[in-house]
Ligand binder design. Structure first.
Ligand SMILES: [Zn+2]
Length: 423
């Protein structure tokens, strides 16, 4: 498992796979669940424990660890020229309520494995290297997701995030203070040279194709909608079929239409209705009102716009034919993200040099890297996860794939170190 850990030769750089796996398993205790997953919601006692561990472990590898006003942590390893902005790597250590051991965590601990490799080899990069643990990527306790990379890149203001409240009414800013991670450096005033993020795929494509490395070219565009269908509550026994205004029947036809629209833009488009509320939801009442959400995505913004146009034409048609009224509101519009072509090429070259099976891939989910791409050259590396399963306690990857991903991250960082700010 261990490739090279020769402290005397700078050229003998390699990932210590056993140490990486041990870090993954050791930190999984902070918020560990009986089913083998992790419940480590942002700004909780468990989050503080893993943050403290991060500080101590990075310091042992010779790094200086700081945090900014949003609690984003930065472990800095000095370079030859410390006037250069750092090459950054990172992801997140918070999880969903029933999260797995690898979503986000692999990116941070894989980054730690990169720092360890440099430290043990005594290799000093030109740029400083910084490993970042972003606060509240998951958006589960405080919404929206990717909140503090969002502040870092100017998507959200600091004040609006500090004032967010969880479902118990607790304020983000107070909870950040309470775990001791509200820093004095203003979030976002932290120049960087480039950003790289290792992550599990959270989908089934790499595994299905037997590939080890996903060369992520970007994040697909997404739009979310809220739909309210209004008919008329009526007695299920006495209301003849032609006289009904059945909101749920109309909604069912609309849900079918969402799928049809996505399928007609195969293979990349996806359309999902994942939340539905039926009123009054009684076995002998014709439903009078239904609320549901739509999630539409495609790597090409033009396709997302086209799908929206089709929805806006199909759904009113269905409403009319079904004798109900329709209200549809677009509540979120996230344009597609295209990562820096040079950074994507660096990942591709690293994968080819290492002899891993690799393919270019577009990320379905959002990541901190999607916001970082707005301010700095950015790319991502994916590794497979079993059955594409994520946001699930059963989330699982192999030790070999963890090592492969961290190895590609190391090679990519070294390439970026040579290429950026070259004299
Ligand atoms: Zn994640």
């Amino acid at each position: 498992m261990i490739q090279h850990t020769n402290a005397t030769h700078g050229s003998n750089l390699g990932i210590d796979a056993q140490a990486l796996w041990s870090d993954l398993m050791q930190t999984a205790r902070f918020g560990g669940t009986p089913k083998g997953g992790i419940r480590r919601l942002t700004l909780t006692a468990e989050d503080k424990l893993v943050r403290d561990w991060f500080v101590q472990t990075c310091e042992e590898l010779g790094c200086t660890v700081t945090h900014d006003s949003m609690g984003n942590q930065f472990a800095r390893r000095a370079g030859q020229d410390n006037s250069l902005p750092p090459i950054t790597i990172g992801s997140h250590l918070d999880t969903q309520p029933t999260g797995g051991k690898f979503d986000g965590i692999l990116g941070v601990l894989g980054g730690l494995a990169v720092l360890r490799a440099l430290h043990r080899a005594g290799y000093v990069t030109r740029h400083p290297i910084e490993l970042i643990n972003w606060t509240n990527e998951e958006g589960s306790r405080f919404t929206p997701p990717m909140m503090c990379s969002g502040v870092f890149t100017g998507v959200f203001t600091e004040q609006e995030v500090l004032d967010k409240r969880d479902r118990a009414g607790l304020r983000f800013g107070d909870e950040l203070e309470a775990i001791g991670y509200r820093g004095s450096e203003p979030c976002g005033q932290h120049p960087v040279t480039a950003y790289f993020e290792l992550h599990i795929e959270q989908g089934p494509i790499l595994e299905a194709e037997g590939k080890t490395i996903g060369i992520v070219t970007g994040v697909q565009g997404a739009r979310w909608y809220e739909v309210t269908v209004r008919g008329k509550d009526a007695h299920a026994g006495s209301t003849p079929m032609p006289m009904r205004h059945d909101a749920l029947l109309a909604a069912a036809r609309m849900i079918e239409a969402v799928s049809t629209v996505a399928v007609s833009h195969a293979p990349s488009a996806v359309g999902t209705v994942g939340l539905i509320e039926n009123r009054p939801n009684s076995n002998n009442v014709v439903p009078g009102e239904v609320f549901f959400t739509i999630d539409m995505r495609d790597p090409d913004d033009a396709v997302v716009a086209q799908m929206e146009e089709e929805l806006y034409s199909l759904l009113p048609e269905i409403a009319q034919r079904s004798g109900v009224t329709l209200e549809i509101v677009r509540i979120w519009d996230a344009p597609a993200v295209h990562f820096d072509p040079a950074c994507v090429d660096m990942v591709e070259t690293a994968a080819a040099d290492s002899g891993y099976g690799a393919r270019r891939i577009v990320s379905g989910p959002g990541h901190d890297a999607a916001y970082m791409a707005r301010i700095t050259p950015t790319a991502m590396i994916f590794v497979p996860c079993a059955d594409g399963l994520s946001h699930n306690e059963a989330e699982s990857i192999t030790e070999q794939d963890a090592e492969a991903g961290a190895g590609i991250l190391l090679k990519t960082v070294l390439k970026a170190d040579a290429v950026f700010n070259a004299r």
